[in-house]
Design a protein around this ligand. Sequence first.
Ligand code: NAD
Length: 484
Amino acid sequence: MKRSEPHQHSARQYINGRWETGATTGIRRNPSDTGEVVAEYARADRRQAERAVRAAADAFAAWGHSSSQRRADALDAIGSELLARKDELGLLLAREQGKPLPEAVAEALRAAQIFKYFAGEALRSGGETLDSVRPGVQVDVTREPVGVVALITSWSAPLSAAARKIAPALAFGNSVVFKPSELVPACGWMLAEIISRAALPAGAFNLLMGSGRELGATLVESPQVDAVSFTGSAAVGARVLQGAAKRRTRVQLEMGGNNALVVMGDADLERAVECALGGAYSWGGQRCTASSRLIVEAPLHDAFVARLRQRVAALRVGHALEKGVELGPLVDAPHLERHLEAVRGAREEGAELLCGGEALNQPSRGHYMSPALFLAQPQHRIARDEIFGPLSCVLRADDYEHALALANDTPWGLVAGICTRSLAHATHFRRHAKVGMTMVNLPTTSEDHHVPFGGRKASGYGPRAQGRQAAEFYTVLKTGYMLA
Ligand code: NAD
C-alpha cells in the first residue's frame, strides 16, 4: 500500500482578515491511523469569539451593500479554487475525518459546485413590484441580508455542509462567523484559507475553532449575531434553539434522523439491495440521511435479507486512503464505543445480529468496526434512535400500508425512500411520507446540491438549506411603498 507522505497542518483562527493563534492548542489525529497527527490547531476562547463577531458586524456595513457582481465574483473564485484543489482537499478530508478517498474527493467537488451555484444566485436575487390598492402608489418587496450569521457545523460533511451555509450567507451579503466541529478543524481551516483569498472585506468571513460548548454558546447568545445556522445533533440543536430564543435570533437547525427505506415486494431485488447498501453504509453510515431502517414487504423479505447480508459482510473496511476500501473508520474512539454499545444493547433487546458489529484490528491502529446488520422490531432502540454509524436493521412489513405506517412511526423526519415498480405506491409514498425529502428507487443519501435540503419533526427547524429557497433564511424581506 503506497500513501503520500503524511503532512501535519498548522491551522490558525481567521479573525478580521488576519490569521491568529488561539488561547490554547488542540491536536487532531487520523482516525484511520491514530499514530498520525493530521493537524495542530488553534483553539479560540470566548474573547476571540467576541472579537470575531465584532469584526463581522463592522464588515457588514461594506459587504451588506456590496454589488451583486462583486459577491458573485468572490463566490465563483472560491468555487474555482475548490475545484482546482479538490484532490488535495479530499486527501485532507479522508485523513482527518476518515471517509474513503474517492468519497472525500467527491465531497470537495460538491463544495465547489455549491459555491458556483450561489455565485449565480447572488446575481439572480431580487424582489417583486406590485400595483398598490391605492392609485398612484407603488409597492415593492425586496430582500436584504440578515446581518451577522453564525454558522456551526458537524464533522460528518465538513466541506459540503459548511459550503451549504457559507456560500448562501456570503452570496446574499451577510458577514459570517464559521465554527466547524472540533473533530475536523483542518478542513475548516483549509476552506477558510481558500475563502481568505477571495477579496472579501476584512471581517466579512471569520473562522473560529474550538469548544462547541464555549464558542457555540458565545455565538448563539451574542447580541450582535442576527442569525444562527446549526448542523448537528438534536440534543445540541435544542440548546441552540433555547439560547437563540432568548434574543429572538433567527435560527435554522439541520439535525439527524433514523431514516426509512421501504422495499416493496415488487421491487427489483438488486436495485433495492444497492439502495440499502449505499443508503445505510456509505461514509460508514455517518451521515444524517443514512437509511438505518430497512422496511421490507413480506414477499421479498427473505431474499432481500439474504442478499443484503452477503453484500454487507463483503464490504471492505480499512484505512481511508487504501485503494478499494469501502468503509473507513468511525470518526473517533467515543463514537466507536457508542456503536459497539448499540450492538450490545440491540442484542440484549432481542434484535438478531446477522453479521458484523465487532471492533476490527487493521494494520494501522484506527477506530474500525465491521458493518452490522440486524433483524429488529419497531420498538427496538436501533429502529428508533439516531444511529450515525455502520449499523442498520431490517423490519418486516405485511403490506404497503403497514410499511408506510412503520416509516412514519418515528420522531424524525429528514428523508424516506421506497423501492418499488408500482407507480401508485411510489406516488402515494411521496405524498404521505412525513419527511423533508423522498427518494424513489434511489438511496436516501443521493440528494442534489441545487434544490432544498432539510427535514421536519425532530430533524429540522426553520427554513430549508440549499437551492433558491436558501434566500428565505439568509435574507429578510422589506416592503416599500412610494407615491410618485
Ligand atoms: P454535535 O451536536 O455534537 O455538534 C455539532 C456542532 O455544534 C459542533 O460544531 C459542536 O462544536 C457544536 N456545539 C457543541 N455544543 C454546542 C453548544 N452548546 N452550543 C452551540 N454549539 C455547540 O453534532 P456532531 O457530533 O458534530 O454531528 C453529528 C450530528 O450531526 C448527527 O446528529 C447528524 O445527524 C447531524 N448532521 C445533520 C446534518 C443535516 O444536514 N441534517 C448533516 C450532518 C450531520
